[in-house]
Write a protein that binds this ligand. Structure first.
Ligand SMILES: [Zn+2]
Length: 394
């Protein structure tokens, strides 16, 4: 175990030490509320900065990951619909991988498919076969091999939970085409979801042991996050994710483990697009590179306790559900100060929730005459204009 030096402050940690390896791990579809049930992750809360109030800017895998790799909202980076996976503005956008490569990192990844993240800037691009892969073994070996490099960036995609869940639900429900049953079975769905947690937890603890055993623990930053949550049937119409922008799919989490820093829980709202500028700051990337990036470094939240709450915009368009829209996003939300405004462009409806009093989003408090809600609306419409999003309102 790396010893914590309590005298080291985050401001000083990177002074003259820009040579840390960076391992970025995506636990695909991991719900934030399940972190507490995973002993390794739970323990990690005391050994890292934990951001439980992180939201994804789009609740499905490849829109979420393209936003993370570009630090930009989906409509700005081009991947703003299930059918727009190949529309990433690759000639205009420099990804975090490219930035790291330019400052001397060896860049590599292991993912399910070469289209789920921007394939640019990688020295080595690995794709696993989901049917046969043993994530724990394969990713541990990758870390062992990489430990001989001067400094490396490794992105790991863990899809075991997602795979098992989709398989089980499709087997049980899709063939029957009796969706109501699924939404009436929340307890059973929750139990099923929980049954996959021990594998995820073992995966994380093995990776951490491997980092330790390979002798790179004192120079490796480990970032663990989830790209979106997963429904267990909370809202009718959404069996998995990507249909709506409710909390169980947009609220994710992030662990930032920096050697020698004990960290703590940062209870401030932040966004997945903040991961890129955080990595940039930790690796000494010139801030000029970030001029088009829409996220902000998470380190600023750590350093400044009085910092203003970060607003988050979320966009999606379902492949299925009540108003599918894989060509372009049609469901949007703005979340700030524990309140959320949702706009469904089809069928043009609004929702407003007080998340503190109503975390399950059951009581729609939308009121056209409320000045507070009007302010939220104006901010959301400004977001549409700034990001050239065409809706029935803009
Ligand atoms: Zn995913």
């Amino acid at each position: 175990m790396v010893k914590f030096n309590k005298k080291i402050k985050i401001e000083n940690i990177m002074e003259g030490k820009k040579n840390y390896n960076i391992i970025l791990v995506n636990l695909d579809g991991m719900r934030r509320d399940k972190v507490d049930f995973c002993p390794s992750l739970d323990k990690l809360k005391k050994q890292s900065y934990f951001f439980p109030l992180m939201d994804t800017v789009s609740p499905y895998t490849f829109a979420s990951l393209h936003a993370i790799f570009s630090g930009m909202y989906p409509s700005k980076n081009g991947v703003n619909g299930y059918y727009n996976i190949f529309k990433f503005k690759k000639n205009e956008i420099k990804t975090i991988t490219q930035m790291l490569s330019e400052v001397g990192y060896f860049t590599t990844c292991d993912i399910i498919d070469d289209s789920v993240i921007p394939n640019q800037g990688f020295d080595d691009f690995n794709i696993f076969d989901e049917k046969t892969v043993n994530f724990t073994k394969r990713h541990s070996q990758m870390i062992k091999d990489l430990s001989k490099k001067d400094k490396f960036f490794l992105f790991l995609h863990y899809t075991e939970t997602h795979k098992n869940l989709v398989r089980a639900i499709v087997q049980k429900y899709e063939l029957e085409s009796n969706d109501d049953n699924y939404f009436r079975s929340q307890k059973e769905n929750d139990k099923r979801y929980n049954s996959y947690l021990s594998s995820s937890d073992e995966y994380i603890s093995t990776l951490m042991n491997t980092i330790e055993e390979s002798g790179i623990a004192d120079k490796t930053i480990l970032i663990i996050f989830s790209d979106h949550g997963t429904s267990i049937g909370e809202k009718k119409g959404e069996k998995f994710y990507g249909v709506f922008t409710y909390e169980h799919t947009i609220n994710v989490f992030c662990f930032l483990c920096i050697p020698g820093i004990q960290g703590n829980v940062i209870n401030k709202q932040c966004r997945t697009i903040d991961i890129l500028p955080t990595i940039a700051e930790l690796s000494g990337i010139n801030s000029n590179e970030l001029k088009d990036v829409q996220g902000e470094s998470l380190l600023h939240l750590i350093k400044n306790e009085n910092i203003q709450e970060r607003e988050v915009f979320v966009e999606t368009g379902g492949l299925y559900g009540p108003w599918p829209s894989p060509e372009k996003h049609n469901v949007f939300c703005l979340k700030k100060n524990n309140q959320k405004l949702i706009y469904n462009d089809v069928p043009q409806t609004w929702e407003f929730y007080n998340l503190e009093k109503d975390p399950m989003e059951k009581n729609n408090m939308y009121d056209e005459n409320s000045p507070k809600i009007d302010k939220f609306k104006k901010t959301l419409i400004k977001y549409f204009k700034d990001n050239e999003i065409k809706t029935k309102l803009t």
